[in-house]
Design a protein around this ligand. Structure first.
Ligand code: ATP
Length: 308
């Protein structure tokens, strides 16, 4: 179990992580979600003892990580896939890690096989694609067969087959009773990956709940409808048991019935519609609503406003 209590990290005047408390339990895949700059990497680094908290505490299995000998056998982590000496082969890189962490040598071949890099084991890492580097980083995390695994944006750079593979792996690791903590800045990545979500914005906790509960928040997302006659539309949809709320720009958001039924009703009763747009998944909507104003980098650069 990972437990953070009032965890705080300040860099000068920037509060990267702000009194963050959460628990990551074994047996499920826990997604760690937040917009760019929300403080995910800083939090993961504090869990690993790589950054010292300004205040608060975080423990893994009841102890601070830096108090633990033989790190890789307790916690496996993928933080930055690019952080590997490019002149080395995958085999040499993992072998050195195994030696330094008292991990049996046979694990190197096992994890290379596990991540699908057995055929590329002797190639120089410098020639690896981003997806291959991610796989190598995942292999390193698995090397010590640890009960706790943390992955920072592991889906980054993987192709669709790779994404499917990693989702299967994460599920299996969780089913084996491990702690599996996976960060992402994209809700869509977590939708089919995580069972539980810890959502942060600007270093603060926004939500910690099972995925279904989080999705239910967004069930209000509904269908955006623009019409010159909102009152008539409201009467029609409420008679069907649906709800209609108005947004600041005049858009009507109908929840409880689908776009097709709204269009049928309007057609039958000759109510003019200018737009009928189903809003994204409930999850995406919940994420956007919850973290609105919490993203540090927005606007022209979009979500990729900062490269890593
Ligand atoms: N070493 C550092 N010195 C100063 N500020 C830092 C440092 N590391 C992180 N920050 C700041 O802390 C905040 C949180 O950064 P962090 O990298 O933890 O966010 P993140 O959620 O992982 O985002 P991303 O997905 O973009 O990596 C940002 O404002 C960042 O600029």
């Amino acid at each position: 179990m990972i437990e953070a209590l009032e965890l705080t990290k300040r860099y000068g005047r920037v509060t990267a992580v702000d009194a963050l408390s959460f628990t990551v339990r074994p047996g499920v895949v826990t997604g760690f979600l937040g917009p760019n700059g929300a403080g995910k990497t800083t939090t993961l680094r504090m869990i690993l003892g790589l950054n010292e908290p300004t205040a608060g505490i975080v423990t893994v299995g009841g102890r601070r990580f830096r108090d633990r000998p033989r790190g890789l056998r307790h916690v496996g982590a993928l933080l930055d896939a690019a952080d590997v000496h490019g002149g080395r082969s995958a085999l040499a890189h993992l072998s050195a890690l195994a030696r330094g962490n008292a991990v049996p040598r046979r694990r190197v071949a096992e994890v290379l096989e596990e991540v699908g890099l057995a055929g590329a084991a002797r190639r120089r890492v410098g020639g690896f694609s981003l997806g291959m580097r991610q796989r190598l980083g995942i292999a390193a995390a698995l090397l010590g067969d640890p009960p706790v695994l943390m992955f920072d944006e592991p889906l980054n750079g993987l192709d669709p087959e790779g994404v499917r593979w990693l989702r299967g792996l994460l599920r299996r690791l969780a089913a084996e009773g491990r702690v599996v903590f996976v960060s992402s800045h994209m809700m869509s990545e977590m939708e089919h990956t995580a069972d539980h979500l810890i959502v942060i914005g600007r270093g603060r906790l926004v939500a910690s709940e099972p995925l279904e509960e989080f999705a239910a928040r967004g069930a209000r997302a509904g269908v955006a409808v623009r019409t010159p006659d909102p009152a008539a539309l409201a009467a029609l949809v409420t008679a069907e048991g649906a709800e209609l709320r108005r947004e600041d720009d005049g858009t009507c958001v109908v929840s409880g019935i689908g776009a097709a039924r709204i269009a049928e009703l309007a057609f039958e009763h000759r109510v003019m519609l200018h737009e009928v747009t189903p809003r994204g998944s409930g999850l995406e909507q919940a994420f956007m609503e919850l973290t609105a104003g919490e993203a540090e980098f927005r606007g022209a650069g979009g979500e990729e406003g900062r490269s890593r």
